[in-house]
Design a protein around this ligand. Structure first.
Ligand SMILES: [Zn+2]
Ligand SMILES: [Zn+2]
Length: 424
């Protein structure tokens, strides 16, 4: 089966392309990219006025199933992802049961096949039950298809366990995704340990909770030669530390979330539980440093840390409300509108950080529309405007601090292997 996508503006930094190109797709694979391809009997999709991007790849997605289906299911997350222009997402292991053995990995893969939309890449636990005491069945999970390991939700507090995990994962070239949060320093913290914490009278989460653990992780990555990937960076100091470690040849990569790029601690004022997240939203100077880190390469990727919760959970008082923001459906339009349109970062850079680079971190052959790659792509409308309405999310998690924001850069069609999985 052949499909010609014609007349659109292709933005694919993996090929250095930004301009008007046509794409010929055969049996779900890109076979030709050229300035002008004449139709010769195949199906034609007219993309004039639209921007074509490689399908977005999310390194950090909480699907909640098994165990927390009231927050999200694999199926609802996949639908939300397709709506947001994502064609590959990850499945974080903090489910119930925890994804710490081959069977649970296979179960989640089965659920994602049934959902039948976007690709789901499981991420296994570092430690059994995320308890931080003994290593999970990493070898077995690797054979069942995990692309990384993490104890996300918390960091790996035992340095010895982390070192063993890095050494073990090195055999499989698996990256270890770290949630940098030093437990004792973060204990009881609710919001950034700064002006917001003072004004609200809430216990703070200090920047050092992130940087103390990061320093240890970078030292252990250097010592073991293992691959460490730092999730959801939030502080200026951490960006600087990663920049330096990279210059020294440490095998480290890092991600930042849309909310840390666009919001500061002020978002929690008024006890706004929708802005309660870990790591917390920090200062304007931190936010600027994260943007700078994207530009100079200290930060490799943008990841949503999509963390859906129920309305009831977020409607409670601030202290008992869980941490997390649902981000799959708003990530691209928000970043396009508030970072690209405003001239903070170029579109090519944004697209690269959301497609080929995260795909490379996971070691998956996606995130590019070069000939030979699967036709995973998204068509973007850069003219149409929309007011974000969290009540209309397809995700079960409606917990977004971006409700009411005006955006453009909306995905209008998402394709996986040449098959439409979502269309507006
Ligand atoms: Zn985390
Ligand atoms: Zn997370």
């Amino acid at each position: 089966m052949e499909l010609l996508i014609r007349g659109g503006t292709l933005v694919d930094p993996s090929q250095g392309l930004h301009g008007q190109y046509d794409l010929l797709i055969r049996d779900g694979v890109v076979v030709k990219v050229a300035e002008s391809l004449a139709p010769s009997g195949e199906k034609v999709l007219e993309a004039a006025g639209k921007t074509i991007l490689p399908g977005l790849v999310d390194l950090h997605t909480h699907l909640r199933e098994p165990g927390f289906e009231e927050k999200e299911t694999v199926e609802s997350a996949c639908r939300a992802a397709a709506t947001g222009g994502f064609t590959s997402i990850t499945a974080m292991p903090n489910t119930d049961p925890v994804m710490d053995d081959g069977r649970t990995v296979e179960y989640v893969r089965l659920l994602s096949c049934r959902a039948g939309g976007v690709r789901v890449w499981p991420v296994g636990a570092v430690s059994k039950g995320l308890a931080g005491r003994e290593l999970a069945e990493i070898g077995l999970m690797y054979r069942s298809g995990i692309r990384a390991v993490t104890d996300d939700g918390r960091g790996v507090s035992c340095a010895r366990l982390l070192k063993n995990a890095l050494l073990y994962c090195r055999q499989f070239e698996l990256p270890l995704f770290e949630h940098c949060e030093e437990e004792a320093l973060a204990a009881g913290g609710q919001v950034h340990d700064g002006v917001a914490a003072l004004r609200l009278g809430l216990p703070g989460l200090p920047a050092s909770a992130e940087t103390v653990m990061l320093a240890r992780d970078l030292l252990l990555a250097a010592e073991t030669g293992g691959r460490v990937h730092i999730m959801h960076l939030s502080t200026a100091r951490a960006v600087e530390m990663i920049r330096q470690a990279k210059a020294e040849g440490v095998r480290v990569t890092a991600e930042v979330t849309p909310h840390h790029l666009l919001l500061t601690e002020d978002a929690v004022l008024g006890f706004n539980t929708y802005a309660k997240v870990k790591p917390p939203l920090r200062t304007a100077a931190d936010m600027q440093a994260l943007r700078q880190g994207l530009l100079d390469g200290a930060i490799d990727a943008i990841a949503t840390d999509h963390a859906p919760h129920t309305e009831a959970e977020k409607a409670g008082d601030f202290l008992s409300s869980p941490f997390g923001i649902a981000g799959l459906e708003t990530a691209f339009p928000l970043l396009y509108t508030y970072l690209v349109r405003t001239g903070v970062i170029p579109l090519d850079l944004l697209v690269g950080k959301m497609s080929r680079t995260p795909a490379a971190i996971l070691g998956i052959p996606h995130g590019s529309l070069a000939p030979g790659f699967a036709a995973d792509l998204v068509l973007i409308d850069t003219e149409q405007e929309l007011t974000i309405d969290r009540r209309r999310f397809l995700s079960r998690g409606k917990n977004s601090p971006f409700h009411g924001w005006q955006v453009t850069g909306l995905p209008v069609l998402t394709m996986v292997s040449g098959k439409v999985v979502w269309m507006s």
